[in-house]
Design a protein around this ligand. Structure first.
Ligand code: COA
Length: 256
C-alpha cells in the first residue's frame, strides 16, 4: 500500500508530503495519524530544526475524508475524538512551513492554519466548504480563520463555502507569500533552510510568543513576550548571535 505521507529529510529540514493524489490528499484517519506521528518525531529529533509540510501541485488537501464520516453517528464521532490529534499538532514547537497549491479546503485549510509560515502557489484555492455538505468546520476553522482574517471575511467563507484565490488569501493575511506554481515547493524549502540557520531556541520561543497573541490580551501577551525575551539571554546562541554581529561574521547557532 502506498504511504499516505512521504517522510524525508533535507539536511536539518524534516519534510512531510501528503500523498493521496487520487483523493486530492483528503485527510483520512490513517493519514492524520501518520502526519501527527511524523511531526512529533521530527519535533523531538535534535538533528531537525524545522518542518516542511506539502501536498501536491493540484491539492494541498481537500479536507477531512468524507468517506470516514458519511455514515458516522454523533456518538461514534464523539468517541473517535479525532480532534485530539489536531491538539497535538498545535503543540509542535519547531516551526512548520506549509507549501500549499491547488485545493486547500476544510481540514486542509485548518491544517494550513496550524502551520507557521505559509508559502502559497498562485494557483491555491482556499476555503472552508463544510457548509456544502451539511456540517461546519471542526478543527479550528471558525476560530483560527476569524482571528486570522476577521469576522466579516471568515463569516463569508464559512457560511458561503466559497473558495478564495491565493491573492485574496494573501491580501486577507491568511498566507505569508505567493509564488509562481512552478516554484512554490522550492521556495518553501528555501525558507526552511533559512530557518535552519537561525537559533533553534529563539525560533521556538518566537513561535510560541506569536501564537499566544491569539489567546492573550495585549498586556498579558506583552508580559509573556518579555519573559521569553529574557529567557533567550540564558542561551549560548544569544551570545554567539550578538558577538558574530559585532565581529562582522555569520553566526553559528548550536541550540543551547
Ligand atoms: N473526502 C473524500 N474524498 C474526496 C474529498 C474529501 N474531502 N475531496 C475529494 N475527494 C475525492 C473525490 O471523491 C474523487 O474521488 P473518486 O475519483 O474516487 O470519485 C477525487 O477525490 C477527485 O475529486 P473530484 O471531486 O473528482 O475533483 P474535482 O476537481 O471535480 O473537484 C473539489 C475538486 C475539491 C472541488 C471536490 O473534490 C470537493 O468539493 N471536495 C470536497 C471538499 C470538502 O467538502 N472538504 C471538506 C470536507 S469536511
Amino acid at each position: 500500500m502506498a504511504d499516505e505521507v512521504i517522510i524525508e529529510r533535507d539536511g536539518q529540514v524534516g519534510i512531510l508530503r501528503l500523498n493521496r493524489p487520487d483523493k486530492l490528499n483528503a485527510l483520512d484517519l490513517a493519514t492524520m495519524q501518520k502526519l501527527l506521528e511524523a511531526l512529533e518525531r521530527f519535533d523531538e529529533d535534535p538533528d531537525i530544526r524545522c518542518m516542511l509540510l506539502a501536498g501536491s501541485e493540484r491539492a494541498f488537501a481537500a479536507g477531512a475524508d468524507i468517506n470516514d464520516m458519511a455514515d458516522a453517528s454523533m456518538v461514534e464521532m464523539y468517541h473517535r475524538n479525532q480532534f485530539a490529534r489536531w491538539e497535538r499538532i498545535r503543540r509542535v514547537r519547531k516551526p512548520i512551513v506549509a507549501a500549499i497549491s491547488g485545493f486547500t479546503l476544510g481540514g486542509g485549510c485548518e491544517l494550513m492554519m496550524h502551520c507557521d509560515i505559509v508559502i502559497a502557489s498562485e494557483t491555491a484555492r482556499i476555503g472552508q466548504p463544510e457548509i456544502n455538505i451539511g456540517i461546519m468546520p471542526g478543527a479550528g476553522g471558525t476560530q483560527r480563520l476569524t482571528r486570522a482574517i476577521g469576522k466579516a471575511r471568515a463569516m463569508d467563507l464559512v457560511l458561503s463555502g466559497r473558495m478564495i484565490s491565493a491573492q485574496e488569501a494573501f491580501e486577507a493575511g491568511l498566507v505569508s507569500r505567493i509564488v509562481p506554481v512552478e516554484h512554490f515547493y522550492e521556495e518553501a524549502l528555501r525558507v526552511c533552510r533559512e530557518l535552519c540557520a537561525k537559533s533553534p531556541l529563539a525560533l521556538r520561543l518566537a513561535k510560541e510568543a506569536v501564537l499566544k497573541a491569539h489567546e492573550l490580551s495585549l498586556s498579558e501577551g506583552l508580559e509573556y513576550e518579555r519573559k521569553l525575551f529574557y529567557m533567550l539571554f540564558a542561551t549560548e546562541d544569544q551570545k554567539e548571535g550578538m558577538r558574530a554581529f559585532l565581529e562582522k561574521r555569520p553566526p553559528v547557532f548550536v541550540g543551547r
